[in-house]
Ligand binder design. Structure first.
Ligand SMILES: [Zn+2]
Length: 255
């Protein structure tokens, strides 16, 4: 018998390395651009109730990568979004992006399985009242494989991972880098620093967050911490827009 799959096995680690560097879709990022995109994964209801108003009061909008299989459920992040959140966020100008339906790990799943999950997700979000097409995707856990990157490249304008860096010089549209807004005070300090660094070294900074509540999970933050990141972004002078719109702005720039 073959050994059971283990994400820490040498083969799995090697697979992740290959997936990171191969099957790229390069997006040149002109050095004049400082753009920030706020994104939320899965997503917990507090990402909508606390996150959206914090963005909107500054005239900003975000991207919500939804896993429809989580809708209406409650997990460690708290209650998850429901149909009302999808319609409401979308009507207020936020982007609804795609995650897998059941939050599957795309490094483990086969491409057919992933395709089925994505179709199911799109159909479920449509049934909830979403009329916009899903053009932005985020890999759950930031995990992917060479095969998954190749198979999904034609389906989405962009795909996001969780490697905590700013997209500078060029970005991989099949695995964009993104800085978390989590990890307690140390993590928030890194998120703030990332925004501050845009002044000297512009690029496309994509944030991702989960729950925003007074007693957050280690993958979440407090309303005050989220506010501090927003303040740092405002002070940086960067333009803020959803992932879909940021991509358009970057693609329209003559190099
Ligand atoms: Zn997720």
């Amino acid at each position: 018998m073959n050994a059971p799959y283990s994400p820490s096995s040498f083969t799995a680690r090697l697979g992740r390395q290959i997936a990171r560097f191969a099957a790229r879709r390069d997006l040149p990022i002109h050095p004049d651009h400082a753009i920030v995109s706020f994104s939320f994964d899965d997503f917990p209801k507090t990402a909508a109730t606390m996150g959206a108003p914090a963005l909107e009061k500054r005239g900003w909008r975000g991207t919500y990568y939804a896993s429809a299989g989580l809708a209406g459920t409650c997990n460690h992040h708290g209650p998850q979004f429901d149909a009302g959140d999808i319609v409401d966020l979308s009507a207020r100008g936020h982007e609804i992006g795609c995650h897998t339906f059941e939050h599957m790990d795309c490094a483990q799943a086969g491409v057919d399985e992933i395709a089925t999950s994505l179709e199911r997700n799109a159909a479920a979000l449509q049934a909830m009242g979403l009329s916009d097409a899903l053009s932005s995707f985020a890999f759950p856990y930031g995990e992917t494989s060479l095969e998954a990157k190749r198979a999904l490249a034609h389906r989405f304008a962009s795909m996001r991972g969780v490697r905590a860096e700013i997209n500078r010089g060029s970005g991989d549209l099949n695995l964009l880098r993104a800085v978390p807004i989590d990890g307690g005070e140390a993590g928030i300090a890194r998120a703030v620093e990332a925004a501050e660094s845009l002044v000297q070294a512009p690029g496309w900074l994509i944030y991702y967050a989960h729950d925003i509540q007074d007693d957050p999970t280690e993958w979440g933050c407090t309303p005050g911490q989220f506010e501090r990141v927003c303040e740092a972004v405002a002070a940086s002078g960067a333009r803020v827009m959803p992932v879909r719109d940021a991509l358009k702005a970057l693609q329209e720039t003559p190099a």
